[in-house]
Ligand binder design. Sequence first.
Ligand code: PRX
Length: 671
Amino acid sequence: MTTTDQAGASRAGEPEAGTLEAELERLLSVESFDPPAGFTRRRPVEADAAAAAADPVAFWADKARELLDWDTPFTTVLNDANPPFYKWFEDGELNISANCLDRHVAAGRGDRVAFHWAGEEGERRAVTYADLLDETQRLANGLRSLGVGRGDVVGIFLPMIPQVAAAMLACARIGAVHNVVFGGFAPSAVKERMEVSDAKVLITVDGARRKGRTAPVKAAVDAEMGDLKSLERIVVVEAVGAAALGGARAPMTPGRDVWYEELVAAADPVCPPEPMSAEAPLFILYSSGSTAKPKGILHTTGGYLLGATYTYQTVFDIDPESDVYWCSADVGWITGHSYIIYGPLSSGATSVMYEGAPDYPDFDVWWKLIDEYKVTVFYTAPTAIRACMKWGAQYPDRHDLSSLRLLGTVGEPINPKAWLWYHKVIGGGRCPIVDTWWQTETGAIMISPIPGVTATKPGSATRPLPGITPALLTEDGQPLTEGTGVLVITQPWPSMLRTLYKDDERFVKTYFSRFGPTTYLVGDAARVDADGYFWIIGRIDDVINVSGHRLSTAEVESAIVAHEAVAEAAVVAQADEQTGQAIVAFVTLAGGRAGDDATVAELRDHVATRIGKLARPKRIIWAEDLPKTRSGKIMRRLLRDVAEGRALGDVTTLRDPTVMAALAAKIAEAG
Ligand code: PRX
């Protein structure tokens, strides 16, 4: 690569000619990028858009027959008799683990690598489809021996190790419902998610490594989970061993806890896949909404797998014979579910799975892995790209990235500068970039360029995929063809969430009440330009997107007020160059106490223990009082204004209009 690592500024504010910085500045004026000339699609897509436009239901039925193996073919495609409770392929039966494993092994591809696993201390392990099928069957039988059956919920709290794939697939094999919790969440958040989902079994790990340190996960889980009645058994993967845990193996409670390795070794190696109804629940994934209570988003079997498989193959243009794919997300998020596990495995693809952080042991570890495994398709988050940009192009420049042919992003809007850096420095100018817009609720990518077909504009997720019908509405529900509005989806799609676990009422209220039972309310605002391209602006609810991670203001507030020193708290988002948005907390201490640096640190730690490090406020602002309406509602809009240094708007509706002036003065004083 011929990029220069650092931009030198020759004159004030102007990058030196010939530098990377100057090139990026120049490219900022380019509005639209045609598909790179050297990019040739491996999978045909030409017919899809027309077929989907002519008859979306027939289109999905054709794709479901083409891409998935059914034990019992479906005869009905979409049942829309009772919106918003849609059903897809409801009389069909299939098993997801059979689609992800058995069919590839049966076709003679058992030796193909499913995952090239890379550990953070340089360990390497190749897991083939045959290996994964063997482990999945054994674990499925092991789970059965612990009393897990159809419909039972199994919690999974594991780091990025191959066992996480086996755990998810073993559940799918026997019809159990998995509930994966992101490894970065605190054990108390895991407990909450186990409790609300009535999980019967939890699969976790003895310890997790992160940047050379080992966290004693099992001990921490024990401290939280002790009194949880529904949780009958805990299965523990021995991933790090006694030495890493200070000399003793993880604590095990006799009768309740069992080692994963022993369970798998003792189990019958053959476990035929259960034929599951297409509408049988596959997993619950908790995500943040407008209240402190996380939403248990429920996905089912047939439609979800179809969405994950079709979009994986279409958007990433995967040829399983030749591509090596890597998605850097964590399996605990929807991106990991759909594009580390289900989409790739159902397609028989080869992926990289990496356990570690992007900056350990050095800032070039990702690029080293891309070079080592000759990764062809790479999918990551804008926040990671911005971090890499900050570290500098010298790190990718140390490695040969010429194997890359396609790049993707997900999770938050990407700023054009980061897009261009990704395009130039990582993609060498030759790789299309797919900016994929979707959500936990949508199950699969909804709006994205089709590489090799769609011209891209930095910052826009471009156009909907075939069979997906997003639209913009005004606040009062009038359709908009251009301009800014509220994003909705007007027709059901196979991989849509089916409900919120055990809370149909909240499901209807959250997504299908504002514009009626057939219009899905996304929760994002968006703009559509004259070419019909979608530009996602951000959330319209009280959800904050920090580094592509969804957090609810209410959840963080309730964690803060649980601290004994706190009387009241209000949390808002502030734009942040690095993380997209950052959390700002306005806090009133009890008894008129004044805040100091030690209290800031204490509150941040407190939030980390209750939710996880990702939810720690970046700024804490001490407030003697918070701006409230006469009815007592906190006006977060005003707090966002002061946090971002904007002029204060209308404060006359406040019970005490002087509160805002006091806060603004305080912020100005703090600089
Ligand atoms: O606001 C949108 C943003 O992330 C939200 C969904 O978050 P989550 O359910 O955690 O799923 C993230 C991974 C799919 C959306 O409502 N978002 C996601 N992708 C993009 C995005 N915003 C802009 N551009 C994207 N490509």
